[in-house]
Design a protein around this ligand. Structure first.
Ligand SMILES: [Zn+2]
Length: 213
């Protein structure tokens, strides 16, 4: 776990994303991007694309293979489907983030929980709403395997995947430096049926510092 030296007062962008909302923004190469779990135990589903060519995107499998570890933390390089570095995690006070659990969807809510959960708001819908403006040059088919910042998905020695209670606390954050111009897309997960949000979705804060900060 490594703390950042960057001060929020010096950020060029500082915004709160409310519980359940989506968010999208371009982050330039060299800029630093921080996500703060304001109230603790909030899953932050996140996707990244090369802002100059959106056919290049964050790849969970290539990132796992490159670092030979399934968890993301300080020192992890988030790599693309072309195995190029997109961002590097440079500070992290939570200590572990998931990239196996995927994003919730109305369909998975229905299969995992109950047919009457189908109407409930889910991350996949927030992603689709965030990318809806044609300026982003992204479509439904671009929504691939994502990162779940602050989400705790331990894998047992037998390889079983479990959605466990969170290990994040209020004010914990993860910070990364962009290695290329990227589009970041967030769904601040609205899930109410599993412990990824402590059954209580809460706001997050997103900050950006200029290159060389
Ligand atoms: Zn979700």
């Amino acid at each position: 776990m490594i703390e950042s030296k960057l001060k929020p007062e010096a950020a060029i962008y500082n915004e709160t994303v409310l519980a359940g909302d989506g968010w999208i923004r371009e982050i330039a190469a060299g800029q630093t991007f921080r996500i703060v779990d304001l109230e603790g135990n909030q899953a932050v589903d996140t996707l990244f694309y090369n802002a100059r060519d959106t056919s290049e995107r964050y790849s969970a499998t290539d990132t796992i293979v490159a670092q030979r570890n399934i968890y993301l933390t300080t020192g992890t390089t988030l790599v693309s489907n072309l195995c190029r570095p997109m961002l590097t995690i440079v500070a992290d006070t939570c200590g572990r983030h998931d990239t196996l659990g995927g994003a919730c969807a109305v369909e998975s809510n229905q299969v995992r929980y109950a047919i009457e959960k189908r109407h409930m708001h889910a991350c996949r819908n927030s992603f689709l709403k965030a990318i809806a403006d044609p300026e982003w040059d992204l479509t439904k088919r671009d929504i691939a395997a994502n990162i779940n910042f602050f989400m705790n998905v331990p894998v047992t020695p037998e390889g079983e995947l479990t959605f466990a209670d969170g290990i994040s606390d209020p004010g914990k954050y993860v910070e990364m430096r962009a290695e290329m111009d990227v589009i970041a897309v967030i769904s601040n997960c609205p899930q109410l049926n599993n412990p990824c949000n402590g059954y209580n979705p809460t706001p997050i804060q997103v900050l950006v510092w200029s290159a060389g900060s």
